[in-house]
Design a protein around this ligand. Sequence first.
Ligand code: ACO
Length: 323
Amino acid sequence: MIKTKLVGFERVLPSLSVTNDDLAKLVDTSDEWISSRTGIRARHITTDQNTSDLCIGTAKKLLEKAGWESESVDMIIVGTVTPDYSTPSTACMVQAALGCVNAMCFDISAACSGFIYSLSVADKFIKSKTVKRAIVLGAETLSKITDWTDRTTCVLFADGAGGVLVEAADEGGILYEDIHSDGSKGSSLVAGYRQNENPYYKGEAKSRGYIEMNGRDIFAFATRMVPRSIKAVLENTDVGADEIKYFVLHQANKRINELIARKLKVSEDKFYSNIDHTGNTSGGSIPIALAEMNEKGLLKKGDKIILSGFGGGLTWGTMLIEL
Ligand code: ACO
């Protein structure tokens, strides 16, 4: 059976790093409040790049490092809820910039699970032999849908892109996945509502489209469903938690991941964390973390790693991969 192997890991973060003290000049908050509740100390915020720019930079690094010809890429998927446009897709913009003329390109909207959903789709195309090589990116410029006067959300969200190359292989790769959605709870985290202003529209006028979140609902959802999903993956593959080198979870809030680690009875040291300097980059967070880990030499051939994303939709999903 064909396997889907992850063979490259890169990221691009905007150069501006905004600290908690910087934010305390914009809204009534403090470094103490933000860091004690979320683990965030700074985050990267774009000054001129859009989501496509971050994706193009990431994909360019991926291709250069791996020595892949642009023409050899069969598919580009971007997991994002902050595309530059509704159309063209961000993935099509990456294709145009890099000359990946043979690639099928589209975006996936699954919020903070967007990278896991995108990887899952790429996996199916590879296993069906339709695709041999794909670029899978997770990227956001959440700063453009953040209300910078709302201290309950503007301290959490950030910008950045990460991505991987995936390729058909004989062994290892994506071993198992457990992926879910619960649209009935979608109102806990909403963003990007687009008001219809056609001359005939009589519907109600809604919000300006900024992120609105019930933080406590999200906290409860994540700490209930993510451990369940990780356990399902381990049980169904007969892999013990002790065999997992790292748990790379969506970086929403350090306290969420600490509680998940405790519920799984796994040492927090195995839960990679970079939220202190990245903030919450939604679909970008998992591939950004993987790229950072790769740069530090933490990803070794044969390692088994759990990836788990959770967020708007609501959506969540876990994957077991072998490097
Ligand atoms: N600085 C100072 N005070 C603040 C801030 C801030 N940035 N934000 C809220 N407060 C105040 C509130 O106004 C409130 O004050 P009040 O008691 O006088 O009304 C008080 O702090 C408590 O507010 P809560 O919203 O109840 O704060 P809570 O302790 O629940 O913490 C948090 C908020 C950190 C968001 C928490 O709910 C949480 O961890 N939720 C998880 C959700 C999350 O992390 N989402 C990330 C995005 S979603 C995703 O990626 C899946």
